[in-house]
Ligand binder design. Structure first.
Ligand SMILES: NC(=O)c1ccc[n+]([C@@H]2O[C@H](COP(=O)([O-])OP(=O)(O)OC[C@H]3O[C@@H](n4cnc5c(N)ncnc54)[C@H](OP(=O)(O)O)[C@@H]3O)[C@@H](O)[C@H]2O)c1
Length: 270
């Protein structure tokens, strides 16, 4: 399979490495388009694929093109891509907030998939929500799913609008988790622990608790109940969480993130 990656910053590089790791492509089948001169030199020295310009005619025979530039760069780049994009090439965009309809009109292209990954894709533990335009066949969607799966799990959404919710939930999600971990470590420090000790207790607790969610065969409420005995310490913590409406605050924050995703997407479409 021949793949072109346009924009080889953080995310573009993640995909290049993941595709090579899973033998989806060889370095001879990978074209890398990058504008940043320093980055171009780095890419050449890494030897992951051929570093080419956006005007290179080789791009036309790509089976797949991934657009991983910043959302604000796509309008300037679009005319160049339109000139070289093969008619049958599947276009996969990961640009936050850029709707499929905008790409259809900017590139006059038929086969488009829009995906929203999250940062753990970098270590192959991400989750990516994705949606396709109406011209994509099941076979084409599966091909893209296989590619995205090299960076973690995937969830397909019939309705593209759901990608705003994906952005708010799993896209921003790692930051919510880091915030929670940080707050717990701070509490450990307040109780007199050295930071590395508090961090070890919290991180291993999160890891163990995560595996219980998947393996204990209990609902989340049941899992909470197994730790929170009546009149005990966990209950004391929960009574503060309830009073301060921590759970509601978290949900409200996530809904606010979704509203912002919708706003940014609308702004990018004008
Ligand atoms: N990072 C995440 O966790 C994440 C998650 C979900 C979605 N995304 C999406 O992924 C995309 C890439 O994010 P990123 O963090 O990888 O950004 P990034 O590190 O800035 O990478 C984008 C790269 O594209 C280059 N570029 C800009 N215009 C170009 C052009 N005309 N031709 C070729 N290359 C061009 C940039 O060069 P310059 O630096 O010179 O501009 C930069 O090296 C964004 O659209 C973002 O919304 C990111």
């Amino acid at each position: 399979m021949k793949i072109t990656i346009v924009g080889c910053g953080n995310m573009g590089l993640v995909y290049a490495r993941a595709f090579l790791r899973y033998n989806i492509v060889t370095s001879g089948e990978l074209l890398l388009v990058e504008k940043n001169e320093k980055r171009k030199e780095e890419l050449k020295s890494l030897g992951l694929g051929s570093v080419v310009t956006a005007a290179d005619p080789l791009i036309a025979s790509s089976d797949m093109m991934i657009i991983a530039v910043k959302p604000q760069d796509i309008r300037e780049l679009a005319p160049q891509l339109k000139a070289v994009l093969g008619k049958e090439t599947i276009l996969l965009t990961i640009m936050a907030g850029i709707k499929i309809s905008l790409l259809e009109s900017l590139l006059n292209h038929k086969h488009i998939i829009r995906a929203m990954p999250n940062s753990p894709v970098e270590i192959g533990m991400g989750i990516t929500g994705f949606s396709a335009n109406k011209n994509m066949s099941m076979d084409q969607i599966r091909k893209v799913e296989n590619l995205l799966s090299t960076t973690g799990r995937t969830v397909f959404f019939e309705k593209e609008d759901m990608l705003d919710a994906v952005t708010a939930l799993s896209g921003s999600g790692p930051a919510y988790f880091f915030y929670l971990v940080k707050s717990m470590i701070e509490a450990g420090k307040e109780m007199g622990m050295e930071e590395p000790v508090a961090a070890m207790l919290v991180k291993q607790t999160m890891l163990g608790a995560f595996h219980l969610i998947n393996n204990a065969n209990k609902s989340l409420d049941e899992l909470i109940q197994t730790v929170a005995s009546k009149g005990g310490t966990t209950e004391a913590a929960f009574s503060v969480f309830h009073k301060k409406e921590v759970g509601e605050g978290l949900s409200e924050g996530i809904l606010a993130a979704r509203i912002r995703a919708v706003e940014l997407s609308a702004k990018a479409s004008v």
